[in-house]
Write a protein that binds this ligand. Structure first.
Ligand SMILES: [Zn+2]
Ligand SMILES: [Zn+2]
Length: 304
């Protein structure tokens, strides 16, 4: 299953010209999932040529403006572009009321159905599932209610063994085999038995998104062994007191979480506006967890 993450915003609450507020666009197969929607997210979607029409699900971690002030703009624009498909928005208590009141006083009538699903940020539970993935909440510790999200591929697919596949197999036939079904003729006789060309998947792809939060060890169990972890790293460790006061993490702490959770790769972001250069933040996280990268706007990462 294809799993592509494009980071659209790497900044934190104070605006800076060089960074946008938080938003991550995850494309799984043909569907788009947006995680957080800071101001200007719709412009970033345009800038990096992502398809807003594919967007079906939006997950908001918390109600600090740098994580959702772009939502009303995005919803309004989807409406102007004559969207008719339903849109699902997951977020904490209050979000539905805020968006509804903005629509009401701008006299905006949507052509599509907008579903709000309120998150419980106090415990970890399965919030969503469809044929491809499950989404589990990750309770975070912040000044207001906040939770991250864990996206996990379902294990209902089979892995194609490339060198066993005949070269004339069509894409449709490959899809059938991946789904654990045989390719058959019209009268039902088997042409390709899926067991001959595939192996069962033992581990689904996974992506965990954790922002904003105090250093919070209880999340380690929830995100254990994920392929990719995004963790906020607002400050350098020399400002760990400031991090604690503002319910944020340092780069070193992000590295510690990644190491203890034994994740495949760590990406850090949500950088304080005080940092013009980010190499010190990267070095600090890398010293604890070497496979760390800085979040980079417009960069697409494939989770494999
Ligand atoms: Zn924030
Ligand atoms: Zn916040």
């Amino acid at each position: 299953m294809s799993f592509h993450l494009t980071i659209l915003g790497t900044g934190s609450a104070t605006p800076v010209l060089s960074r946008n507020p938080t938003a991550h666009y995850l494309q799984i197969e043909q569907e788009g999932y947006l995680i957080d929607c800071g101001e200007g997210t719709q412009n970033q979607i345009l800038r990096y040529k992502l398809r807003a029409t594919r967007l079906k699900y939006i997950f908001i971690t918390h109600l600090h403006g740098d994580h959702y002030f772009g939502l009303i703009g995005l919803i309004s624009s989807l409406n102007m572009h004559r969207r008719t498909e339903d849109l699902w928005v997951f977020g904490p208590k209050g979000l539905a009321e805020i968006i509804t009141i903005q629509l009401k006083y701008s006299d905006t009538w949507l052509n599509f159905k907008l579903h709000f699903i309120e998150t419980n940020t106090k415990r970890s539970y399965q919030l969503f599932e469809n044929e491809h993935i499950t989404v589990t909440t990750i309770p975070l510790v912040h000044r207001i209610e906040c939770c991250g999200f864990l996206f996990r591929e379902k294990l209902n697919q089979y892995k194609i063994v490339k060198d066993r596949i005949p070269s004339d197999l069509t894409i449709e036939q490959i899809k059938t085999l991946k789904g654990g079904e045989n390719v058959i003729t019209e009268d039902g006789s088997v042409i390709f038995d899926f067991r001959d060309y595939t192996i069962p998947m033992v581990k689904g792809k996974s992506y965990a998104f954790c922002s904003d939060t105090l250093y919070n060890e209880p999340i380690i169990e929830i995100i254990k062994n994920v392929d990719l972890l995004y963790h906020e790293a607002t400050f350098l460790d020399e400002l760990s007191t400031r991090a604690t006061q503002t319910n944020h993490s340092t780069a070193k702490q992000a590295g510690k979480i990644a190491k203890r959770a034994e994740v495949g790769k760590l990406i850090i972001g949500h950088f304080s506006s005080r940092y013009k250069e980010l190499d010190k933040l990267l070095a600090e996280a890398k010293a604890i967890f070497p496979n760390t990268s800085l979040a980079e706007e417009g960069k697409t990462i494939e989770i494999i």
